[in-house]
Design a protein around this ligand. Sequence first.
Ligand SMILES: [Mn+2]
Length: 491
Amino acid sequence: MADELTPETPDEAEQPIKQRKNGLYPGVSDELADSMKSGWADTELRDLQPVEQAPNAAERRAALSRRFPGERLVIPAGNLKTRSNDTEYSFRAATEYVYLTGDQTDDSVLVLEPRGGGAEGAEGHDATLYRLPRSDRENGEFWLDGMGELWVGRRHSLTEAEVLYGLPCKDVRELADALKEATGPVRVVRGHDAGIEAALTDKVTAERDEELRVYLSEARLVKDAFEVAELQKAVDSTVRGFEDVVKVLDKAEATSERYIEGTFFLRARVEGNDVGYGSICAAGPHACTLHWVRNNGEVRSGDLLLLDAGVETNSLYTADVTRTLPINGRYSDLQRKIYDAVYAAQEAGIAAVKPGAGFRDFHDAAQRVLTEHLVEWGLVEGPVERVLELGLQRRWTLHGTGHMLGLDVHDCAAARTESYVNGTLEPGMVLTVEPGLYFQADDLTVPEEYRGIGVRIEDDILVTSDGNRNLSAGLPRRSDEVEEWMARLKG
Ligand SMILES: [Mn+2]
């Protein structure tokens, strides 16, 4: 083994790709190779405690086990993705894997094995976490392999991971072969680990795998106490990130929207894992581009800034908040008129969020208020009922009024229509309420002064037993309160 990894005469073609791609000098003497095998302290961590959400993850696995009795279930964390040449994007574990384990380690795979080989009468599953062990010092992989710990950082040993996640752990490098040999029904969460999927290619069907994905999406519709607390943390960091942005608007005016993106990102990286999605830092007419993430535009006094951004916590729960701010601290009359209409629509939407209400109700409530204003302003011919029936308001309202929020910003996206869009709100659901009005810069159907104005207000709302709680109430929403808040921050 050592000879293959430490050739005296470098033969590039014979070397593992990962070894070459980190640019390690391949000529390694036997003496150096021997030296690198020993002289390292024992660093095993022996006083670890389970991660906070380990009991929650165990309950989720138990529910999953009940839904798919007798079947082998394979849930990969995913692998690093190449950005360019030999650099990779920062890793973000698959939501399904995180939800069921509390772990975020790349190349790991959770497997639920039916007890008794799935035989009639056997109940439940045994869960195993397959993951990369610590790098071997004997064969040199820890410093000669691109995935070695010397390059990428220390990993938890399998024993440490067993304590952290409350699951037996095995070497993931044995998993593909084991899956190829295994018999019986099996399902895999697709789209995260091509190697694992290749090992299962003859044993799975798209339809059955989709049922697993749908189940794991619907299971996340109602959040537990840990998840609600994490979402509140994400929102609280996001509030601070918005305050950071207000304080540097003069610097953004001197540079570009990128200054806003960078400022918010700093808060996200210091207090959390990352931003939960690309920050939309849309000044002036860019506010009318719904997913404006180029963020390379000018920031001008007198324009609005639509900032749609969310911090993702270290446990990977994300906020999703939007404020539309006057860059100079004060809305113009027309900006305020449009802003106040969106605010009224959001108020109506939030009021419709309560247990037992339909998921569509808050959307309908907000759309009605927006439409009433559009008719009142003479932008579309009434009556309001006719406009709503034909959906004519959508030229300016553009998108749905909200979505579930959690580990994914658009959480539970694979849930069936009957359990989500046509479903009923329950305590523990967390969703956004985010109406908007957008007048495109080239929209000849509206008066010229409207053109290039876009307003969205978005908050993160928890359904409670008697109504709802606005998790992002820490950020002012009413136009006069936004102005006061900005004045205070700008000092
Ligand atoms: Mn949103």
